[in-house]
Design a protein around this ligand. Structure first.
Ligand code: NAD
Length: 497
């Protein structure tokens, strides 16, 4: 199926757009950057100027931390857990009511096709529904101790939590980290990515209108080097949640270490799917591809390596190649299979990896199609499937963060495990087999934060603890595990004789 040039133009032609300037949200007020600076945001579908955002500096971070501290001492800090939960449930409903508007904004800002952006808005609502419902279900323990004592544990919020968000899933990532932090009673300072942050600002407006008290959520936009570094090093921050690249995560952790602040790092991966010869290939094939190209491959849990048992290797290569050739890439609002990547900088990184494959003599098994009529200034990359990639090659070991998958054969279960574990990362692994014993052997042997058997959960599973081992990071997002991570356990020992 092809999209006509006419319908593409109709959906994506530059309308008369007013360029809005967005401010920070600090203590319930929408304020300009202390130093008055701003940054441009580009629409990756056509390269046009989408909006301007405030360029936050350490002074703005200071103001936001003070506002959050005041919220803890004010109405937000005085709410019971049940009241907090109710506010969060109202936010969830308001987000759902605005899901189409949020999706449109996310599509323009990040470049993701509308239906994927809408799924992210629904996920944001679901995080607030889940954590809102969980807020008053957090409880400690009583511990048997010596005669005459009663000992109990209490969960308390850390205080002011810092959230450094990447550009690939602004709505989902603020949902998972802020949802858990607020449910536990923290007040938050959020630093979104400078490439894409409009839905986070829109969400903050929705949350305010739904009754979130001033200062419980503060949003300071700006660059990583300015606002992000100031947040990581701020002595008034009590916990940091970071999602992004390994080098930046290491900087954030080092800055936080000076103040002995706990940090959760979610750093991406090179996640494999392992396909054995007895797998249900009909079920596996669409998932193998979708897990690699969703959000143009810019997903921390993207499955970028496909390992296939040799007897079905050619069948899987052919099945994936057929699906790749049918993939259509184009403007986000045209809502095709794949949108542009987030920026020309990101496109440059991905293009260099594809060039490296060609220069190394690797075989491109198939590519998707950029539909005719896509704006020349859009950041489009053809989804690319590369076959027979040697495990030691950079393409098989490094996170590309684009719509590129590598596929390689294996002969034994031991070899499959060694290949799957053979990168510095360990975020997610998919295993496709009908053999029950093998399912459990691999679930134990794989070094990874999540293992999916006969399915692959990239991006989904609000209830399922998520996070990495090895260089994919540490700490857990999602589920109850994240909620407890946003609390501090206090032990209270009472001697009563
Ligand atoms: P990045 O890690 O530099 O940026 C992520 C966030 O950190 C952004 O909000 C950024 O402003 C902030 N930041 C940057 N420098 C900072 C600093 N010194 N102190 C504090 N915060 C800082 O990622 P990027 O440059 O946008 O992307 C580069 C690569 O990172 C991508 O190609 C991809 O491989 C990876 N990445 C991974 C994820 C993920 O979900 N794990 C998300 C985005 C990017």
């Amino acid at each position: 199926m092809t999209t006509s040039l006419h319908s593409l133009r109709e959906q994506t032609s530059p309308r008369t757009r007013t360029i809005e300037t967005y401010r920070h949200l600090i203590g319930g007020q929408w304020v300009e950057a202390a130093e008055g600076g701003s940054l441009p945001l580009q629409d990756p579908s056509d390269g046009s100027l989408l909006a301007e955002i405030a360029r936050g500096t350490s002074e703005d971070i200071d103001r936001a931390v003070i506002a959050a501290r005041m919220a803890l001492a004010g109405p937000w800090g005085r709410m019971t857990a049940t009241e907090r939960g109710r506010v969060m449930q109202r936010i969830a409903e308001a987000v759902l009511a605005e899901a189409d508007t949020l999706a449109d904004l996310e599509a323009r800002d990040v470049g993701k096709p509308l239906k994927q952006a809408r799924a992210d808005a629904v996920a944001l609502a679901r995080y607030f529904e889940f954590y809102g419902g969980a807020a008053d279900k957090v409880h400690g323990d009583t511990i048997p101790y010596q005669a005459g004592f009663t000992v109990m544990t209490l969960y308390e919020p850390h205080g002011v939590t810092g959230h450094i968000i990447p550009w690939n899933y602004p709505m989902q990532i603020i949902g998972r980290s802020l949802g858990a932090a607020l449910a536990m009673g923290n007040a938050a300072v959020v630093k979104p990515a400078e490439e894409a942050c409009l839905t986070i600002l829109a969400f903050a407006r929705i949350a305010e209108a739904a009754g979130l008290p001033a200062g419980a959520l503060n949003v300071v936009t700006g660059t990583g080097a300015e606002a992000g570094a100031a947040l990581s090093a701020h002595p008034g921050i009590n916990h940091i949640s970071f999602t992004g690249s390994l080098p930046t995560g290491a900087l954030v952790q080092a800055a936080a270490a000076i103040n002995a602040v706990p940090v959760t790092l979610e750093l991406g991966g090179k996640s494999p799917q392992i396909v054995f010869a007895d797998a249900d290939l009909e079920r596996a094939l669409p998932v193998l591809v979708m897990a690699g190209i969703q959000n143009a491959g810019q997903t921390c849990s993207a499955s970028s390596r496909i390992l296939v048992e040799r007897p079905v290797y050619e069948t899987v290569v052919a099945g994936m190649a057929e699906r790749y050739r049918a993939l259509r890439v184009g403007p986000a609002l045209a809502d095709l299979d794949v949108g542009p990547v987030v920026s020309h900088r990101q496109k440059g990184i991905i293009d260099r990896y594809i060039d490296l494959a060609r220069d190394s003599g690797l075989t491109i098994a198939a590519e998707g199609e950029i539909v005719a009529g896509s704006p020349a200034d859009g950041a489009y990359v053809r989804p690319t499937l590369i076959r027979d990639v040697p495990p030691a090659h950079r393409l098989a070991r490094e996170e590309i963060f684009g719509p590129v998958q590598v596929i390689m054969p294996f002969d034994t279960e031991e070899e499959a495990i060694a290949l799957a574990n053979g990168t510095p990362f360990g975020l997610v692994c998919g295993i496709w087999t009908r053999d029950g014993g093998r399912q459990f052997r691999l679930a134990h042997a794989i070094q990874s934060g999540q293992v999916f058997i006969n399915n692959y959960g990239a991006g989904g599973g609000i209830e399922l603890p998520f996070g990495g081992v090895k260089r994919s990071g540490h700490g857990r997002e999602k589920g109850f595990e994240a909620l407890y991570g946003f609390g501090v356990l206090k032990t209270v020992s009472l001697y009563h004789g």
